[in-house]
Design a protein around this ligand. Structure first.
Ligand SMILES: [Zn+2]
Ligand SMILES: [Zn+2]
Ligand SMILES: [Zn+2]
Length: 275
C-alpha cells in the first residue's frame, strides 16, 4: 500500500488564507517548502481520502491522474474535507476518455443531500454508499471500515477509516479527538494489527481535553499507549501525526523537535509511506 499525504493542514491552511499571525508570517518568509494545504491523502493512486478545495492543486503538484481514481471516501462534511463540487468535473462535457468511468463514493449520511444536488452527468456515473460505523465495505482491493470519530459524532456523522489491503492495515484518523471506547474495543476484539496509523494532532502542544474534537501530543500519546496495551500496534507500526493548525506553529522542523517523544513521523505535503 502506497500512502501519499497530499495536504496536512487544518481548515485554514498554513499560512492561513486570511491570517496575519506571527506563525503564518514566518512560514510565508520560509517559503513554499513549508506550506501546508488542506487535508487529503491518496492510496496507490486509486483510493482518494477526502476532497478539499485544494484537490485540483494536489493533482497537479503530485502528477495524480484524476481519471484513474476508483474510489473517494469522505470522513465528514466539514468544508476542509468535503468540497464535493469538484466531482462535477467528472463526466460528460467535463472529463473525457476517463480510465475509470464508475466512481465509488463512500460518504457520511449527512453528505447525501449535497451529493444528490450534483448534476446528473456526475451522479449517473457514481456508485454512492453511506458509511455506516463498523460496517465494512469492499471496493476493489480495499476493505474499508468506517469507525465513529469524536468530532461532533451524531451531529455531523464523522468517521475515521480502517483500510485493509491484503494483510496490511492502515488507519486514517482525521478529524477526531481521543477515540471512543467502542473504537478501541473494535480493534481489540478483532485482533487488528495496524501496520500504519495517522492521527489528528491539530493542536500540538496545546492542552486539549480527551472529550475535544481534535488532539494534541498528549492525547495522541494516550491513544498510542492504549492501542499498544491492547496489542494493536508495536514498535514496527509506522506512526504518523497530521492535520496541523497554524495556531501551534506547524513548521516541519518545529513539530519534529516537539514530537520526538512520540517516535512518530510528522507528515508534510507530498510525504509518501509504503507498507
Ligand atoms: Zn479538518
Ligand atoms: Zn496564522
Ligand atoms: Zn473537521
Amino acid at each position: 500500500m502506497k500512502i501519499q499525504f497530499l495536504g496536512t493542514a487544518a481548515a485554514e491552511g498554513f499560512p492561513g488564507s486570511f491570517c496575519n499571525c506571527k506563525y503564518c508570517e514566518e512560514v510565508r518568509k520560509l517559503g513554499e517548502k513549508y506550506y501546508r494545504t488542506r487535508s487529503q491523502a491518496i492510496i496507490d493512486g486509486k483510493l482518494l481520502i477526502d476532497m478539499p478545495a485544494d484537490t485540483y492543486y494536489h493533482f497537479l503538484k503530485n502528477n495524480i491522474r484524476g481519471d484513474e481514481i476508483e474510489t473517494v471516501i469522505f470522513t465528514h462534511t466539514h468544508g476542509d474535507h468535503f468540497y464535493h463540487k469538484e466531482l462535477e468535473m467528472r463526466g460528460a462535457g467535463y472529463g473525457k476518455d476517463m480510465a475509470v468511468e464508475k466512481l465509488n463514493l463512500l460518504i457520511p449520511a449527512n453528505g447525501l443531500a449535497k451529493i444528490e444536488k450534483l448534476g446528473s452527468h456526475t451522479k449517473d456515473i457514481m456508485n454512492v454508499q453511506i458509511a455506516k460505523p463498523f460496517e465494512t465495505v469492499t471496493f476493489g482491493d480495499y476493505e474499508i471500515t468506517p469507525l465513529p470519530a469524536r468530532h461532533g459524532y451524531g451531529a455531523i456523522d464523522a468517521n475515521i477509516y480502517l483500510i485493509k489491503k491484503g494483510d496490511k492495515h492502515f488507519l486514517y484518523g482525521h478529524d477526531t479527538g481521543y477515540f471512543f471506547d467502542e473504537v478501541f474495543d473494535y480493534f481489540k476484539n478483532n485482533n487488528v494489527y495496524l501496520d500504519c496509523l495517522t492521527l489528528d494532532c491539530c493542536y500540538g502542544s496545546l492542552p486539549i481535553s480527551d472529550t475535544g474534537a481534535h488532539m494534541g501530543y498528549p492525547n495522541v500519546e494516550r491513544v498510542y499507549n492504549r492501542l499498544r496495551e491492547n496489542g494493536n500496534i508495536d514498535d514496527k507500526t509506522v506512526k504518523i501525526i497530521n492535520h496541523f493548525s497554524h495556531n501551534v506553529n506547524p513548521v516541519q522542523y518545529v513539530l519534529e523537535e516537539e514530537s520526538k517523544h512520540l517516535d512518530c513521523l510528522v507528515s508534510y505535503d507530498g510525504m509518501v509511506v509504503e507498507i
